[in-house]
Design a protein around this ligand. Structure first.
Ligand code: FUB
Length: 497
């Protein structure tokens, strides 16, 4: 804590009055829900590790990005969990007169060779005739925590119209590396489209046309770095599917990486380095600090988090130097301690499966993840919805490694249509449970309700010993069926927790 106070005083001395010490109990760094933080980009300056991040400001039920400013976390040693938080080091509307509000996306702050700090920041343009109005603006400051001024007040340094011609991508997620020889390289792009270009020493003028890159599963959030002569391009990847090494559903992202011996490639794909996180988006950056590499990323693990209220976390990044080039080891994520909650819900210990392939946007593991989000995205629930081919019946199974004694269940259905609908996702026409004991399945007699609620009542039944339980669900609709959706399916132990 002493370190935090000392750091705080340094922050004050830098002239930034908004500097607050944080002692974090672990990831996420700031997890109390006061400030959300997304899209981390770490850098090192003057013996401190800094992380610049965006700020998620979406309302609890709002499934959209609302981002107006960038913030900084700073520490002298991540192991102490002592940080200084500098909120609002720059606001998109104030810094860029040409920007529209609400879209201060993933920025990177780069200490220049000239002692200045360059903020590469994607924002939406207020007035643009392009199909996609995003562009990358650049702010400059004498201090890492601002104030910043617009280095290119005419507008973004890359967008669909600047520099012309032929840029038809969404121009966000810039990553910039100043190489040992002082040359500057930038990559940017999203939705599977990645561009890379060299910049002039002025840090803003592209040299020639950007090149297009195709990397396996590339989705967005490229991060360019160099270690021991090898260039690494880390990125959010999505090659969805139950057998994918990267993402189980189409809304998830993992972090994958490629290596190259020169900054503009060619790149060789090397694998996945971070599995899916709790937010649907995954965005990360890495840096070496006092001889140790660190990996900053975001998750949805703070108080009140959603996919649009994310928070920055940091863990160590390790390399396998026995390989040529050195490979990145899978990141082992750490989390702040969780309060122990006593529960009768034995589903949390079961293996969930579906008798039919689950449509790629939904996740069978959401059935027993202990979460009932009020405003879910598809991977937050299981569903049988498959357009016109949604099935009449679905069977979901929980299996345990040893038998459990159970006497109740709770089913939190998801629906966007009324009961009886033959389109969309509706409550089932009917459903019941069966349990397996000694190889055969027996129907459990109970009064089953198909009401849709995030706080469903317990459906009680006389206790049974089960090795496995299955829910047999009949969809509503006739001829054509609606999908069925379930946010959480609890199975409750007989007796105490
Ligand atoms: O934060 C807005 C967007 O979400 C970023 O630009 C992407 O990388 C994703 O994290």
């Amino acid at each position: 804590m002493k370190t935090a106070v000392a750091l705080f005083l340094v922050g004050q001395a830098l002239g930034n009055i908004n500097a607050n010490p944080i002692h974090s109990p672990g990831n996420p760094i700031l997890g109390d829900g006061t400030y959300y933080s997304a899209d981390p980009a770490p850098f090192v300056h003057n013996g401190s590790l800094y992380i610049v991040a965006g700020r998620d400001q979406a309302a609890p039920m709002q499934n959209d990005f609302v981002m107006n400013e960038w913030q900084i976390f700073k520490t002298d040693d991540p192991a102490t969990n002592d940080w200084i938080h500098y909120p609002a080091i720059a606001k998109s509307n104030t810094l860029f007169k040409w920007a529209a509000p609400g879209r201060a996306y993933a920025a990177q702050l780069v200490p220049g060779k000239d002692g200045k700090f360059y903020l590469y920041a994607p924002v939406s343009q207020a007035r643009s005739s392009s199909k996609d109005p995003f562009g990358v603006g650049v702010g400059v400051s004498n201090s890492p925590v601002g104030p910043f001024t617009d280095l290119h007040p005419a507008g973004p340094i890359v967008s669909q119209t600047s520099p012309p011609p032929g840029n038809d991508i969404q121009n966000i997620d810039p990553t910039v590396l100043i190489d040992d020889d002082g040359r500057v390289y930038m990559y940017y792009g999203t939705f599977g489209r990645l561009k890379g270009v060299e910049l002039q020493k002025d840090m803003i003028t592209p040299i020639g046309r950007s090149k297009d890159y195709g990397l396996p599963g590339f989705f967005e959030a490229a991060w360019l770095m160099k270690r021991k002569g090898t260039y690494y391009l880390v990125y959010a990847a999505n090659n969805a599917g139950p057998t994918s090494p990267c993402t189980p559903t189409s809304y998830h992202a993992c972090q994958a990486y490629a290596t190259a011996s020169s900054p503009l490639g060619p790149w060789t794909f090397r694998g996945v380095m971070l599995d899916v996180v709790t937010s649907t988006t995954s965005h990360a950056g890495a840096v070496e600090f006092k001889g140790q590499w660190y990996f900053a990323y975001h998750t949805a693990e703070a108080v009140g988090s959603t996919h649009f209220r994310r928070s920055v976390a940091i863990d160590k990044l390790e390399f396998d130097d026995t390989k040529t080039p050195p490979l990145i080891k899978k990141v082992r994520t750490t989390h702040r301690p969780k309060a122990q909650v006593s529960t009768r819900n034995v589903a949390l210990k079961a293996k969930a499966s579906s008798s039919r392939p689950v449509p790629i946007q939904y996740w069978v593991k959401a059935l027993n993840d202990g979460r009932i989000p009020a405003s879910p995205l598809p991977p937050d629930y299981w569903s049988s919805y498959d357009g016109d081919r949604s099935p009449a019946t679905s069977t979901l199974t929980y299996e345990w490694s040893s038998p459990v004694s159970i006497s109740g269940t709770r089913m939190a259905f998801f629906a966007d249509q009324r009961a009886g609908s033959s389109i969309g996702v509706a409550p089932p026409a009917e459903w019941h449970l069966e349990y397996q004991s000694g190889g055969s399945w027996t129907r459990i007699a109970a009064t089953y309700s198909n009401a849709v609620s995030d706080n469903p009542p317990e459906i009680k039944f006389p206790a049974v010993n089960a090795q496995a339980v299955r829910a047999v669900l009949t969809a509503s609709g006739q001829g054509k069926h609606a999908g069925i959706g379930i946010k959480e399916w609890e199975v409750l132990a007989a007796g105490a927790a």
